[in-house]
Ligand binder design. Structure first.
Ligand code: PAF
Length: 288
């Protein structure tokens, strides 16, 4: 496994990779969700590139950026074990030597849900992902369903800017208590963790209610919020039912739609979602 820390190193190493090349961009603190992305890339592509960069510009809150878990040694060992060919892990000075002087401005999709809670977040994500795409020139890039809105922002960027690659979205990996794996989970105390299960429990109840005939978006959102409100440690930031691909509000829940929610627990923000219908397949086809 080659570890590139500079732009010159990653460009040189990329030239020698067998194609097609799969890319898994990460901010490190790897968990089984990342490993699922790496495994899929390893199976589908001749070479796998992973990136590790904790991208300050997508954190609205400097404390959240500082508290973001970092373990470079463990991450490198996990990349190696997953069969990654090339890891790109630049410093901030390497990636943004003159600061951030040009950015990608994502459209409407980026300014709702997480975009309302975290203004500027998706511009930070889209900008760094565009840089990483440019530097690594992958044929396919892999992202997790947990960050559903992120996948839609990136899909829109790829389509609008005619970036020649295919996005693949992999289903959310969960712990046995249902919590979606996230690097932030390690910051939860055991009581907070118990409370954090309410988001997925709420989403599951809403899904069951939809199967049983409750189809009004507001009723489904209310089911999720009610489950969360039973946990004194958890606060609902939002619960929304939206078209799975365009994320536009719906008056009727016709698949594919997504029920997306965010909660705050002890100052930590957690997100999760359920996609009803063939949203994942469609997401891939749209970018194929
Ligand atoms: O999903 C993440 O870990 C980050 O948003 C990403 C895509 C690596 C960009 O920093």
């Amino acid at each position: 496994m080659i570890v590139a820390r500079t732009i010159d190193q990653v460009r040189d190493a990329r030239l020698n990779l067998k194609e097609p090349v799969g890319l898994v961009p990460t901010m490190g603190a790897l968990h089984r969700g990342h490993l699922a992305l790496l495994k899929t890339a390893r199976r589908s592509d001749q070479s796998v590139i992973a990136t590790l960069f904790v991208n300050r510009s997508q954190f609205g809150n400097p404390e959240d950026f500082s508290a973001y878990p970092r373990d470079e040694e463990a991450d490198l060992a996990a990349f190696e074990a997953a069969g990654v060919d090339l890891v790109f892990m630049p410093t901030e000075a390497e990636l943004y030597p003159k600061g951030i002087t040009a950015t990608v401005h994502p459209g409407r999709i980026a300014h709702e849900l997480e975009g309302t809670r975290r203004p500027g977040h998706f511009a930070g994500v889209a900008t760094v992902v565009a840089k990483i795409f440019g530097l690594t020139q992958p044929h396919r890039a892999y992202f997790g369903q947990k960050d559903w809105q992120q996948t839609r922002v990136i899909a829109e960027m790829v389509a609008n800017l005619n970036i020649p690659l295919t996005l693949t979205v992999i289903g959310t990996v969960r712990d046995s208590d249902g919590i979606a794996l996230s690097s932030r989970n390690v910051r939860l105390t055991s009581r907070e963790r118990g409370a954090a299960t309410s988001l997925y429990r709420g989403l599951t109840s809403a899904r069951e209610a939809w199967d049983a005939g409750t189809h009004a978006p507001t009723s489904l959102a209310e089911i999720v919020s009610n489950v969360i409100s039973q946990e004194p440690l958890a606060t609902t930031a939002y619960v929304e039912v939206r078209h799975a691909l365009t994320l536009t509000p719906l008056s009727k829940t016709i698949p594919p739609f997504v029920i997306a929610g965010a909660i705050e627990i002890g100052g930590i923000g957690l997100i999760d979602n359920i996609v009803v219908g063939n949203g994942l397949t469609l997401a891939e086809e749209l970018n194929g």
